[in-house]
Design a protein around this ligand. Structure first.
Ligand SMILES: Cc1cc2nc3c(=O)[nH]c(=O)nc-3n(C[C@H](O)[C@H](O)[C@H](O)COP(=O)(O)OP(=O)(O)OC[C@H]3O[C@@H](n4cnc5c(N)ncnc54)[C@H](O)[C@@H]3O)c2cc1C
Length: 393
């Protein structure tokens, strides 16, 4: 891995830092208070091309590699998380199904609008009975001539109330006892597509997570991504990218927390000296810095390998998300502690960031499921090593 930034990326990152400092962070407190992101802030994100940071240039994106994309995300993580929820679905889970599973015609039809931020995307997989067991979806898609008719309900779908394009996973039949899943792009305004209740979450005020309801929702067969039954693999490929992106988000948020904590300990005096002069607190800071560095290396190596070892994406994405989301929440909890009462105040940012980071150990696969994916990969590797001829099942 090369740790030097190429010039174009260094320039972009400097621009993103300015965007975050001058045009995003100033609204953080108001977003938390009102639950609304100002349109001009989203426009500023659009102008820099960040809705398409990881979309190939051929489809209107910036065409960054995964590592460059993660470095940009790390900077964006220093503002309110509602920005990230809102724009990043277009970067990963709401666009990757089209990019990786779609035909050339489908890519040209939808990706430029997602990459520019003209249209907002969402990804609808989770259901009441299909959370960690995502393959258990009950939403059905029944073929009727040149169309599919969708029926069912999804929950926790980020951006659903503001989305223009929905990547939806539904059962088109069964394979043995399990649903055979296919993926569809459903456009806003399609009759039978509805938005149900909006969930009130602990963090992320300003972003929207809602139910999506399909009642005889008729979607042209031309909107199916891949072939019949490809849907689950497409869903997982979206998550491989999404998890590395969330890992990068956690790294950036933790960097900000560490900076704020060091500054606080250096400037706050108790017992006649700065807090940072207490060796017990210095050791906590050292542990926090090391924890962050280790997770950042795991995340950046995962991003680098994402582009080089496609067959390893599931395991490296799981490892990156597990390492970084657990680290970031530890960091946030320690920051609350080291800020004392100021860490727990609603009018100051530490408490908000602590709540925001808690969700990332759950969304796009929980920490337990990340461990399951990592262990499954270890077991597969061990089996292959013991059976180089490939005779075992
Ligand atoms: C803020 C937020 C945004 C989200 N956005 C989206 C979105 O845009 N699109 C979408 O489709 N979904 C979205 N989700 C849903 C999310 O992906 C699921 O919540 C997550 O996968 C967990 O599923 P669940 O909530 O049903 O928990 P469950 O699957 O019920 O899990 C409950 C607990 O049991 C554990 N568990 C479950 N199975 C096992 C097992 N086999 N071994 C060990 N432990 C296990 C889990 O780790 C967890 O601790 C979002 C969720 C949140 C919180």
């Amino acid at each position: 891995m090369d740790f030097d930034l190429p010039d174009h990326l260094a320039t972009l990152i400097a621009d993103v830092r300015r965007l975050v400092r001058d045009e995003l962070q100033p609204h953080d407190a108001a977003i938390e208070e009102t639950g609304r992101i100002p349109d001009r802030a989203l426009d500023a994100i659009r102008r820099l091309g960040l809705f398409g940071s990881h979309t190939p240039k051929a489809y209107g994106g910036l065409g960054l590699d995964m590592l460059g994309n993660c470095l940009v995300i790390g900077e964006m993580a220093k503002a309110h998380i509602a920005y990230f929820y809102t724009y990043s679905m277009n970067v990963h889970i709401a666009s990757k199904g089209i990019e990786l599973g779609g035909t050339e015609e489908q890519r040209r039809r939808w990706l430029p609008d997602l990459a520019s931020g003209r249209r907002i995307g969402c990804y609808a997989l989770t259901e009441d009975g299909a959370g960690s067991d995502a393959a258990a979806v009950q939403t059905t898609a029944t073929r009727r001539g040149d169309a599919y008719v969708l029926n069912g309900r999804k929950r926790y779908i980020t951006n659903a109330p503001i989305a223009d394009l929905f990547t939806v996973f539904a059962a088109t039949g069964t394979d043995g006892a399990r649903p055979r899943i296919s993926a569809f792009v459903v456009e806003k305004g399609t009759p039978g597509l509805g938005i149900g209740g909006i969930f009130r979450m602990a963090g992320g005020n300003g972003s929207l997570h809602a139910e999506v309801v399909f009642e005889n929702c008729t979607v042209p067969a031309a909107n199916r991504l891949g072939t019949d039954g490809d849907g689950f693999a497409i869903a997982m490929r979206c998550l491989d990218a999404g998890r590395i992106n969330w890992a990068a988000y956690c790294v950036g948020a933790a960097e900000r927390l560490l900076d704020m904590t060091v500054h606080h300990l250096a400037t706050r005096h108790q017992f006649g000296k700065p807090l940072i002069d207490n060796q017990g607190l210095q050791w906590m800071l050292a542990d926090m810095a090391l924890d962050l560095k280790a997770a950042r290396l795991v995340c950046h190596e995962a991003a680098w390998r994402y582009d080089r070892e496609p067959q390893q994406r599931a395991a490296i994405g799981a490892m990156a998300k597990l390492a970084a989301s657990e680290m970031a929440f530890r960091m946030a909890d320690r920051a609350v502690q080291l800020f004392g009462g100021e860490g727990y105040r609603k009018d100051l940012p530490i408490e908000r960031i602590w709540r925001e980071l808690r969700a990332i150990r759950i969304l796009e696969g929980t920490s337990e499921i990340m461990r399951h994916i990592i262990a499954r990969d270890l077991a597969r590797t061990a089996r292959r090593a013991n059976d180089p001829e490939g005779h075992s099942p």
